[in-house]
Design a protein around this ligand. Structure first.
Ligand code: COA
Length: 564
């Protein structure tokens, strides 16, 4: 017997009564067979498919280039300083010691690239969700090869988003701290406001009170604000000769008192483990620190059923079509969109799909499917979000909410509508507006988990009804071909007074600013994923979301109070 769970508004699932084991439930669920979507590529679709494929390959090239760039972190000088002078492990090697394997869900790896204030690889901080002893945990790991791991505005945004992922999905949060604190030249953009640096410490307290575990590993400098990350954590590990915690470093002491002091004596692991009590575990080296951390995770109050520990081995039917087909289905523009059910059929178990309202509002496709055995409600654009389509979307979202079925939105929204030139048109438009508002309301109020994948365009208000970032999905990913802007490039003509030059400039700007990479650099999403990897990313995201069912006690209490 295992626990079974109910949902409280805005709180995800919480345990309530005991019922039959989840394994038994899943075996029974597998027997239900939804109809197969029999949608091979037709000869007539070939030219659109080929054009999309060419575009996908160009996007893939850019994606690979950026991945390479991000992998190099702060470059050769930063790496040499980090590994040779400071004798520290690189952030990805640290993750290798911390996590069960390399198979983690990295978030927003392109954040920080090509920003007005420079190129900040991975925003100087890796974030993601990985397994430790089978348990999904969020990690927030500074990369000190990038300007000493200092926090730029985009770093703060990335760290806060990772905490938000931990809060929304009730995931333990591990901080690998190695940071020189605020990047001082941009201090006014990261210090005083609500969603600036201090919010991270506030969140640590709130999360602890929500029984979302907070663990810190001090494996580098924690200076000034950075000193609060481990001291606000519930449990902290610190590495000898590598970790330091102080508000002001040795140069500041020298300036203030004239005293010469080493970093280790001022705020090293010995001092904080033996005298101040700021940390709870003294580790001789990084390897030992990560072993301690993995053991700390084993003391958390989660109890995973055996089959949850390795979702990749879970029994499920593969789609009947090759996932590589998705590269030719990823629309290079709205006018290159093929039937979205072809996309659905390349993502779902056995290409099966139980369509809902198949004959009504057909420019939106809604229905149930399984992804690696997990039931989801799919809402996918297949044209304009018309009056009927929006009403249908609203109905289906409420249905899923009623049944506690997570929602998957596949976004490919339409470019801006043409100007309203008649009263009939005005009536159609206002009815559509009301139906879209109803769908937005249904999406905003649905308390089931939501995952959004932008498979094409994300433009204007359709993005809200389709659970764009402003509507708070648990995860939001983009395909590399995706375009994100208030209106699509090439569609501004109807919105402006006639002026060829202005229109051309604006279209050019929209083209540049709407690319998936521009969006992801600014953290408007959780990262760019490849179409052919989508099914795996969805499997992991769904697994991550459902893990909260296995926390034994979630009642809110006080945060763990500190080492006084
Ligand atoms: N703001 C802006 N730049 C900073 C910085 C900060 N807070 N801290 C470090 N940097 C920069 C350095 O200027 C250097 O830049 P460069 O690569 O262009 O030369 C780079 O980060 C690495 O710093 P460096 O001191 O060479 O490396 P290190 O490994 O010897 O030391 C720190 C790293 C973080 C321990 C050390 O730089 C430090 O103590 N910084 C100041 C921390 C501080 O007082 N923060 C207060 C913020 S509120």
């Amino acid at each position: 017997m295992h626990r079974c769970f109910i949902r409280f508004a805005g709180q995800g699932w919480q345990c309530s009564v005991r019922c039959m084991s989840s394994a038994v439930r899943r075996r029974k669920a597998l027997r239900s067979a939804f109809p197969v979507l029999d949608l091979p590529l037709q000869p007539i679709q070939r030219h659109v498919y080929e054009a999309n494929l060419r575009n996908s390959h160009a996007c893939l090239k850019k994606y690979t280039e950026l991945k390479e760039k991000v992998k190099k972190g702060g470059g050769d000088i930063g790496i040499a300083r980090h590994t040779q002078k400071n004798r520290k492990l690189l952030v990805r090697d640290r993750l290798r010691l911390l996590l069960d394997d390399d198979d983690y869900l990295e978030l927003s790896s392109f954040a920080g690239l090509d920003l007005p204030y420079g190129d900040i690889p991975a925003a100087s901080c890796l974030t993601g969700v990985g397994r430790i002893n089978g348990l999904w945990c969020v990690f927030i790991a500074n990369d000190a090869t990038v300007k000493g791991g200092t926090a730029y505005p985009i770093t703060v945004k990335k760290q806060l988003r990772a905490q938000q992922v931990a809060i929304q999905n009730r995931l333990p949060c591990i901080y690998l701290v190695d940071s020189g604190g605020a990047f001082l030249p941009l201090q006014s953009e990261i210090f005083p406001d609500k969603n600036h640096g201090g919010r991270m410490f506030y969140n640590e307290a709130i999360m602890s009170a929500m029984k979302i575990p907070q663990v810190a590993v001090v494996c580098g400098s924690c200076t000034a604000g950075g000193a609060y990350v481990p001291t606000m954590a519930e449990e902290a590990v610190m590495v000898h000769q590598i970790g330091t915690i102080f508000l002001g470093g040795p140069p500041l002491v020298k300036a203030a008192t004239g005293e010469e002091v080493t970093p280790e004596a001022l705020g090293g692991a010995t001092l904080h483990a033996e005298v101040s009590g700021c940390v709870d575990h003294f580790a001789w080296d990084e390897k030992e620190a990560f072993n301690y951390t993995r053991n700390i995770i084993s003391t958390l109050n989660f109890q995973l059923p055996e089959e949850e520990e390795d979702a990749s081995k879970r029994e499920s039917e593969e789609p009947r079509y090759n996932s590589e087909d998705l590269l030719g289905l990823a629309p290079q523009s709205y006018s290159h969109s093929l039937d979205v059910k072809m996309v659905v059929s390349r993502l779902t178990d056995g290409s099966r799909f139980q369509e809902f309202k198949a004959r009504y509002g057909t420019s939106l496709v809604t229905g149930f499917a399984k992804i690696h055995g997990q039931l989801v409600g799919i809402v996918a654009n297949n044209g304009v979000l018309s009056y009927e389509a929006a009403l249908k979307g609203s109905h289906f979202v409420q249905l899923c909410d009623q049944r506690d079925v997570p929602l998957l939105f596949l976004q490919n929204t339409t470019p801006a509508a043409a100007a309203t030139l008649s009263t009939t048109q005005a009536e159609v438009n206002s009815n559509c507006l009301k139906a879209q508002a109803s769908m937005m309301s249904a999406v905003a109020c649905a308390t089931v988990p939501k995952i959004t994948v932008v498979i094409g365009g994300c433009h204007g208000a359709d993005s809200f009804a389709m659970c764009g970032r402003a509507f708070d999905p648990n995860f939001l990913f983009l395909w590399p071909n995706a375009r994100v802007s208030v209106t699509a490039p090439g569609y501004v003509g109807s919105l402006l007074p006639p002026d060829d030059e202005q229109e051309e400039d604006l279209n050019e700007k929209l083209k540049e600013e709407s690319s998936a990479f521009f969006s992801s650099a600014r953290m408007w999403d959780d990262g760019v994923i490849l179409p052919q990897d989508t099914r795996k990313v969805l499997r992991d995201s769904l697994d991550i979301i459902r893990q909260q069912q296995y926390q034994l006690s979630t009642e809110r209490q006080q945060s763990v109070l500190l080492r006084m």
